[in-house]
Ligand binder design. Sequence first.
Ligand code: PLP
Length: 390
Amino acid sequence: MTKGANHVAAAVKDLKPSKIREMSLLAAGRNDVISLGIGEPDFPTPKEVCLSALKDAIQGATHYAPSQGDPQLIEALRGYLQRRYGMEIPREGILITSGGMGALTAVFRTILNPGEEVLVPEPHFPEYLAHVTLAGGKLVQVPTRWEEGYMVDPKQIMDRVSSKTKAILLNSPNNPTGCVLTGEILDRIADIAKAGDLLVVSDEVYDRILYDGRVHESIVTRPGMPPRTIVIGSFSKSFAMTGWRLGYAFGPPELMEQVTKVVTYYTSCASSVSQRAGLAALCLQEDPVESMVREFEKRRDLVYDALAQVPGVRVVRPGGAFYIFPNIEAITGDTEHFARALLEEEGVVVIPGQPFGPSGEVCIRIAYTVDMDTLREAMNRMVRFIRRMS
Ligand code: PLP
């Protein structure tokens, strides 16, 4: 190890480099590769949004914004959230951040004292581990089972509540499984939070990407939950705006005021010009999300149908997000090797399941974020590769 590395804090040294980035790097430089690795819509940001942000930048939206966010964006978001959640959210309860990631960072920094625990169903978004541990907390994973569609059993959450538990972290629709928590499960988790006086951080960045006629349900709408819930949202997935780095959080105003303090000292504010783009996205005449979701749904069907007919692959039909998480333990005990060999032999990038938690070790994550023809080709290659292995 070089001398410089000796100076790195233990909490950072212990973090593993992102597997998603690592697989993408392995694929770089090859031109025959189809990447089903990174979780971002392949659709462009609507042109009107780009033009509007450009116009605003030329007219001066290039200075610092208030830490809480551009007042016009907050007002527009308030209306949008009221329509989506059917509840009044005070403007002091809304915070604009640098992506959903910026919201997660600031929220865990705000709520965690050293050693406090956050319960999270796994498989989960790997980044949660960094968000919680870098804030001095401890992530306590709650296992789920593919046989139950990765739906968390609230009793499993309850069994892990201790005197150190500070919050429950939920993510529905889920990355990597596509699981959408049912209303009944949300009710039961809300009861656990209230009984234990716990906060809930509800990561809803995929709230618009739902299939089979599902309607988004949030734990924040349950009785007694607004004072103890922070919802994390993002423009990244719904409006195909990953690179703009624009997200938000909303919750009880007195708590959000403290989260805003953290944003002030960390990043000052989210990018001003991106906030203008967000405002334009919320003001679009035609909702771009619906057509994007219809396209994702067709892809979901294609991937699910292709995998479901392969012997040894066990797969749950995702209800939302744009991932599928097949269990391939009957084919291999080493999904890392599987992913590398699939890339080497067939030029397809998938992510081995280990970073998503112990229940995911025997799975691979596939992001269906390429067009139908490319996806069909990728699935042909993958099925051919699995058949060769078996
Ligand atoms: N939460 C989940 C579950 C995600 O999958 C992602 C991105 O992949 C994020 C949060 C962060 O998204 P962003 O920072 O682009 O808003």
